[in-house]
Design a protein around this ligand. Structure first.
Ligand SMILES: [Zn+2]
Length: 170
């Protein structure tokens, strides 16, 4: 892992490798790559951006989440990333679950860019989970009337928080 401020040469080199790798695996990346690696609550001066680039052996995990969930979702509903990679120290700092998949770079928290899209956002994710949850080994947490959702793939199928309510509507 490489972490530090955007602009630091070592950080930039790792960032560019990650970005190029995701582009080569996916063709195009459905969300800004910086949003997948920024640590928004890290203590930095105003105007500075602190990022953590996970080790390369984890990169294809995020490619799978982007390809199977984020890309199809973003075609239906414009979304933004609220939380991506979390190194263990940061996961602890922000109160993440101890086994959080954010530490393995296969989880993202997303929110609809437009509040008016919450229904479509929640239903899209519930439908995807109902149809492909087993195959993808998808984790789905839906929060606050679909203001925000957590998704991960490749680990274990499970749904929590408000996700069961949404699944009941599928
Ligand atoms: Zn999450």
């Amino acid at each position: 892992m490489v972490e530090g401020l955007r602009g630091d040469p070592e950080v930039e080199a790792a960032y560019i490798q990650l970005r190029d790798s995701l582009v080569s695996m996916l063709g195009s990346v459905p969300v800004p790559v910086e949003d997948l690696v920024v640590l928004p609550k890290a203590a930095v001066a105003p105007g500075e951006t602190y990022v953590a680039i996970p080790p390369p052996e984890l990169w294809e995990r995020m490619a799978a989440t982007l390809a199977h969930v984020v890309r199809p979702l973003s075609h239906a509903v414009p979304v933004e990333v609220a939380s991506g990679y979390r190194p263990p120290w940061y996961n602890e700092q922000v109160g993440g679950a101890p086994a959080s998949r954010h530490q393995w770079f296969d989880a993202v928290d997303l929110r609809p860019r437009d509040d008016g899209d919450r229904e479509a956002f929640g239903m899209f994710l519930a439908n995807l989970y109902a149809t492909r949850g087993d195959a993808l080994r998808m984790g789905l947490g839906i929060y606050g009337n679909a203001a925000r959702a957590h998704v991960d793939v490749s680990w274990k199928k499970r749904a929590w928080e408000n996700a069961p309510d949404w699944l009941a509507k599928v």
